[in-house]
Design a binder for this molecule. Structure first.
Ligand code: ADP
Ligand code: MG
Length: 613
């Protein structure tokens, strides 16, 4: 019998290895950017076409490669970064497996141009599916340019498996941002389909974060600093008030490498305990410096997970550092009973012009009198004085506020625009400010008020968008949103549908990350705008369904969810009845847009059954 075991040809082995390293265009972006960082570049440009499906190119000003190295770089396990297994435990570079370029070249067309500073000419190499097609000397600036074209051209299954351009673009931007945040001292540029999405000069960490996330974040950053024998921590968390619905802006960097770590994430969330609104997430940008010998990066092929030798220790240090910063920068709330009420601003004076404080001199003060005694007397006097005026300070305050024209209590703002005022004969009442109980012709209906309203709004929005019949309320003062440049792009791509619901945007200032809103859907309350837009962006960033219908569907769902009356809100009888009426004119009253039950119905039989003995 013939022996049947054969060694796989190199290009096949490379293609198989490529499956692990190159999952999508964003993986190529990550490998190329990291190689440029390892080559000590001070500036790099990422050029992408069609979300990386047509072209991904990184141009750097790093140390470049000699002709031999340029050729070697595409061999599997070819790396200049480690030479022995021990080196694995003392890594100071991003790469070390020597697989990336070989894998990329196995599944694409690669054009490499590279030159070392000390050499006159550079080298140009063309490779297609692991095969070297050409290698020539060339004129080139110092540094390296690698262009990856037609990714997965020879693996149609992979190519077809890629998501929509928007999703792939999102992944690319994510990888770009991670590398750029990890290296504020390096200049970065990202150009997609000819548009410059990011232009980040060499900078400090704070400026880099602002450059990527948008100006709004600046005043919300709380710095963090801690140094122990074990670890050095620096970076920023954001103020609790800036917390977002999405978990997007959370970054850990260990020795300037982006990592994910749910355990350390938990340490931060713990430090925020009690400071966040439910379902919101703080942003953070945490840089950890630790001896490479005490971590193991090699446990995951794409290297975003690492293992720490002393995870418990790091957890404790991180949590206390975050807590400390939140406290120090006065963003934790002061406990009420510790607060000196006399320091609080009186509502009535808040809007009036501030009066200059008077300097009061104790004219009877005699420095030659027996000091301790007189001091005691004064403080006792002040004490009494305080008690005698305390009540007068607050008396009449509530009346004043209620009578004042420019002060409106939240409970006085009625959702009138949501309901009209027609009379109804139905009998309804509210239970636990959460459920509406109503009689029906055959029994009793118990309705979840939030879900019911969500269903009603959802159908309204969807029909407005599809019939292009949304009503807009023009804002007297346009609101401006400060967003990052990719968020502006995203909003712009959604604006057509959003405008059908009544939004009016002005993107003319979008260059500086500012979008003005001139009009909003007539049902939306101005104070909800930021929340709705924030959630819209977060949701769509996570992946946009492609067909127009799905998109309008999502849009209507998100807006309905945010604008529906909350559980816990007390409703007047007419409001309860309006909800019931509107709900039962819906196409699908029984489930919420996210398929949760909206009401239960008990008919006579069911009720009788309860009392049957
Ligand atoms: P690794 O990064 O794990 O070493 P790669 O396949 O990514 O493996 O790269 C192989 C080698 O090619 C690197 O070790 C490095 O010597 C060289 N190289 C790759 N990209 C660049 C670059 N932009 N500038 C200089 N050298 C590079
Ligand atoms: Mg590499």
């Amino acid at each position: 019998m013939n022996d049947s075991i054969k060694l796989l040809p190199d290009h096949v082995a490379n293609q198989i290895a490529a499956g692990e390293v190159v999952q999508r265009p964003a993986s190529v972006v990550k490998e190329l950017l990291e190689n440029a960082i390892d080559a000590e570049s001070t500036s790099m440009t990422l050029i992408v076409k069609d979300s990386g499906k047509t072209l991904i190119q990184v141009i750097d000003d790093g140390k470049g490669m000699t002709t031999t190295d340029a050729r070697m770089a595409f061999e599997r396990h070819a790396t200049s970064k480690i030479s022995s297994a021990e080196d694995l435990f003392d890594l100071h570079t991003k790469g070390f497996r020597g697989e990336a370029l070989a894998s990329i070249a196995a599944v694409s067309h690669v054009e490499l141009k590279t030159k070392r500073a000390e050499e006159e000419t550079g080298t140009k190499i063309l490779i297609e599916g692991s095969e070297v097609k050409a290698q020539n000397p060339c004129v080139s600036p110092s540094g390296t340019s690698i262009g990856v074209k037609n990714l997965f051209y020879n693996i149609p299954a992979r190519r077809n498996f890629l998501k929509s351009d928007q999703v792939e673009q999102r992944h690319i931007i994510d990888e770009f941002q991670r590398v750029a945040l990890a290296h504020p001292d390096v200049a970065f540029k990202l150009i997609h389909n000819g548009n410059e999405l990011f232009q980040l000069p060499k900078n400090n960490a704070r400026q880099r974060i602002v450059g990527i996330m948008g100006k709004k974040i600046n005043e919300n950053l709380v710095p963090l600093q801690e140094e122990t024998d074990l670890i050095k921590i620096s970076g920023f968390v954001t103020k609790p008030s800036y917390a977002k619905r999405s978990r997007g802006e959370q970054f850990f960097f260990v020795n300037n490498r982006f990592i994910k770590n749910s355990y350390l994430h938990h340490a931060i969330i713990q430090a925020f305990e009690g400071l966040l609104k439910p379902k919101t997430h703080p942003s953070y940008f945490i840089y950890l410096d630790i001896d490479p010998k005490s971590i193991d990066i090699n446990i995951h092929p794409t290297k975003t997970e690492i293992k720490f030798e002393d995870e418990y220790g790091i957890y404790a240090i991180l949590r206390s550092a975050v807590k400390h910063s939140l406290g120090q920068f006065n963003v934790s709330p002061v406990l009420d009973f510790d607060r000196d009420k006399s320091l609080d601003t009186d509502y009535r004076t808040e809007k009036s012009n501030a009066k200059l404080p008077k300097v009061e001199v104790d004219r009877n003060f005699n420095p030659f009198q027996d000091q301790p005694k007189s001091r005691k007397a004064t403080s006792q006097f002040q004490h009494q004085n305080q008690y005698s005026t305390w009540e007068t300070l607050y008396s009449g305050l509530t009346e004043d506020i209620e009578n004042s024209e420019d002060f409106q209590f939240e409970s006085k703002i009625q959702p009138d625009q949501l309901f009209d005022d027609t009379e109804h004969q139905q009998h309804t009442f509210q239970l636990m400010r959460k459920y509406i109980v109503s009689s029906s012709s055959s029994g009793l209906i118990l309705v979840n008020q939030h879900r019911a309203h969500e269903r009603i709004l959802y159908e309204q929005f969807l029909s407005q968008i599809t019939q292009e019949a949304g009503h807009s309320q023009q804002l007297m003062f346009p609101l401006s949103l400060e967003l990052s440049s990719d968020e502006v792009d995203l909003l712009e791509s959604l604006s057509e549908s959003l405008e059908l619901t009544g939004f009016m945007f002005d993107f003319s200032k979008s260059e500086d990350g500012v979008v003005n809103i001139n009009g909003i859907p007539s049902m939306l309350i101005e104070s909800q705008i930021y929340e709705v837009i924030d959630e819209l962006i977060a949701d769509f960033k996570a992946g946009i369904p492609d067909s127009g219908f799905d998109r309008n569907n999502r849009l209507s769902m998100i807006m309905a969810k945010n604008m529906a009356i909350a559980n816990g809100k007390s409703l007047k009888t007419e409001e309860q009845q309006d909800i019931i009426n509107a709900l039962f004119s819906c196409k699908e009253p029984s489930v919420s847009p996210t398929n949760q039950p909206v009401f239960v119905h008990m008919d006579e039989n069911a009720i009788d059954k309860i009392f049957r003995t």
